[in-house]
Design a protein around this ligand. Structure first.
Ligand code: FAD
Ligand code: NAI
Length: 512
């Protein structure tokens, strides 16, 4: 057989196997089997949130051990790392979300998913009160539920530092709705600038985009905006594209303080090349409807006209978290968030575990940390369930032995009922001693960020040191890393298809 024939046959077999595997997984994902019902004998875990921490917990939790209830105002998981791509239309919003039920329906015991916002946690009576905050409500929209264990994973909200005008005039970059809003407002600025007879100064203002915060969110968003401008807007708005300006404002002396120095320098020079202005040591003091007020490094104040302000200045604890902490004043004093021990147990509370951005730990508030904590907690809860069931068995055996009365000595070394029970007790005690709860250990997989123009930067742990890399190859690594981290085949397919669509047809510039 010729080489070409062999190659053709191998390719055909690979394609058929790939298609078969794809069909099998997608069919399996869409057809979950029957589930066991709630078991009144089991303890109840209430999970607050459906973000990185909670979703990783749910994915890894063995629901045979517990009854599980998930409460979150969003009935989906949001893959935040790709949110800036949604803001410029590279990705479809639906491609980076995964309904929570798509996962919980595959668990062995049924999981109750409730779309509601927890409004109060009572750590003394072990209850949580929650409300349906959506537009359409039924007759009942608030109720209270008891828990044996509460997994608290409500994340954080946007930090505005109470700076005037931020809440009213700036776009955030935290939720799916924020990215969609930014996309709409950005396109609105362009269309308003294109309005006939628009004054030149007003065009300049409308086309000036100010990104506040030089952390990874602000940097990635600036990079994505620049791509949109270069790849698409130059084509469809040739008269305006040259006038679009992107300014990144950062209060600290440099952007991306969590990255190594050479990658900071690399990003700054890449931004310079892309004509993205970086203003460091500059603090936003106020956001107005048509401008931002900046304090420059020499402390002077300037007012800069702009069309859009995107606020990416970090996180702060939610009100629910502050209220919960206030109920445990002796143990919860850290203003950054919930204090937990090495086992993710909230200090001062019985049965509450806190994971992710709502906690104050030595780790950065990242998806990587939250998902590892969620996975760890699932394993720990499994061990706790095993401990409980062994302890239960032990108690029953000890009681049965006590009920037997004094031991009877049998001839010829025969084992009496007493001895049988004692052997069983010894066995259970041995098994119990083997169940060890180990503290949480974080394994850092590296830090990655996209900086636009098909370039990414990465600080990766390498042979007990750090490998700092940036450029196009890192960008391909960034893409493949995020593609593989997406939670489902469905999301992976949708994101890969969106990327391909944008390569072929470009981004959509219609304003929804
Ligand atoms: P979240 O994922 O925020 O989840 C919180 C959940 O709680 C949500 O489902 C929310 O709806 C729910 N909730 C809120 N209020 C209530 C309530 N009252 N009751 C019940 N539920 C509630 N990290 C990385 O490691 N790598 C990245 O590349 C990266 N990129 C990012 C890009 C952007 C744009 C953003 C905003 C963040 C990024 N992060 C990244 C950080 C990462 O998203 C967070 O650290 C991570 O989401 C924290 O997980 P979490 O589970 O604690 O909170
Ligand atoms: P951040 O807290 O990392 O950065 C916010 C920045 O805004 C800070 O550098 C701060 O100095 C600046 N700032 C605050 N107030 C300001 C003001 N008034 N004027 C000017 N600048 C001001 O926040 P970000 O980027 O939202 O990230 C939050 C968390 O999510 C971080 O832990 C980050 O590591 C993680 N994340 C990780 C990503 C990645 O790994 N690629 C991407 C996005 C977020």
């Amino acid at each position: 057989r010729s080489f070409l024939q062999i190659l053709g046959r191998t390719t055909l077999i690979t394609v058929l196997l790939g298609a078969g595997g794809f069909y099998y997984i997608s069919h399996r994902d869409r057809h979950p089997g029957p589930q066991l019902p709630f078991d009144p004998e089991k303890k109840t875990i209430v999970v607050l949130g459906s973000g990185w921490g909670a979703t990783s917990l749910l994915k890894n939790l063995d629901t045979l051990d517990y009854n599980v209830v998930v409460i979150s105002p969003k009935n989906f998981f949001l893959f935040t790392p790709l949110l800036p791509s949604v803001a410029v239309g590279t990705l479809n919003p639906r491609s980076i979300i995964q309904p929570t039920r798509y996962m919980t329906r595959h668990k062995r015991r049924q999981v109750s998913v409730i779309e509601a916002e927890a409004t109060e946690v009572d750590p003394i009576n072990k209850t949580v009160t929650f409300t349906d905050t959506s537009e359409i409500k039924g007759l009942i929209s608030t109720t209270t539920m008891s828990y044996d264990y509460l997994v608290y994973g409500v994340g954080a909200e946007v930090q505005t530092f109470n700076i005037p005008g931020v809440q009213q005039h700036a776009c955030f970059m935290k939720e799916l709705g924020d990215a969609e809003r930014m996309n709409r407002e950005f396109m609105d600025c362009l269309e308003s600038a294109a309005f006939p007879g628009q004054d030149e100064k007003e065009i300049e203002r409308l086309l000036h985009m100010v990104v506040v915060g030089g952390g990874p969110t602000g940097v990635e968003l600036s990079g994505e905006l620049h791509d949109f401008l270069e790849d698409d807007l130059k084509m469809w708005y040739p008269e305006l594209a040259g006038k679009i300006r992107i300014t990144l404002v950062e209060a600290l002396p440099s952007v991306l303080p969590m990255f190594s120095k050479q990658l900071i320098a690399y990003t700054e020079s890449a931004f310079k090349e892309s004509k993205i202005d970086i203003l460091t040591k500059t603090m936003v003091k106020e956001v107005k409807e048509k401008s931002v007020v900046l304090q420059k490094p020499d402390k002077s104040i300037v007012e800069v006209p702009c069309g859009l302000v995107i606020w990416a200045a970090g996180n702060k604890g939610r009100k629910l978290t502050q209220d919960l902490m206030a109920k445990l004043p002796a143990d919860q004093t850290n203003r950054r968030g919930i204090t937990v021990d090495d086992y993710m147990r909230m200090k001062g509370a019985d049965g509450i575990f806190a994971i992710g951005d709502c906690t104050a730990t030595s780790y950065a508030p990242t998806a990587q940390v939250a998902s590892q904590q969620g996975g760890y907690l699932a394993r720990m809860l499994h061990l706790m369930a095993r401990q409980d069931s062994l302890q239960d068995r032990l108690n029953k055996l000890v009681k049965a032995k006590a009920d037997l009365g004094p031991p009877v000595v049998l001839p010829d070394g025969a084992v009496d009922e007493h001895q049988k029970l004692q052997n069983e007790i010894n066995d259970v005690q041995k098994q119990l001693s083997k169940v060890k709860l180990r503290p949480f250990h974080y394994s850092h997989q590296g830090t990655l960020a996209y900086i636009g123009s098909d370039k990414a930067i990465a600080d990766l742990p390498f042979m007990n040191g750090n490998l700092a890399t940036g450029g196009v190859a890192t960008y391909l690594f960034w893409r493949s890393a995020y593609l593989s981290t997406l939670f489902s085949l469905r999301n992976r397919t949708m994101v890969a298809t969106d990327w391909a669509k944008v390569r072929i047809f470009g981004r959509d510039v219609s304003r929804e």
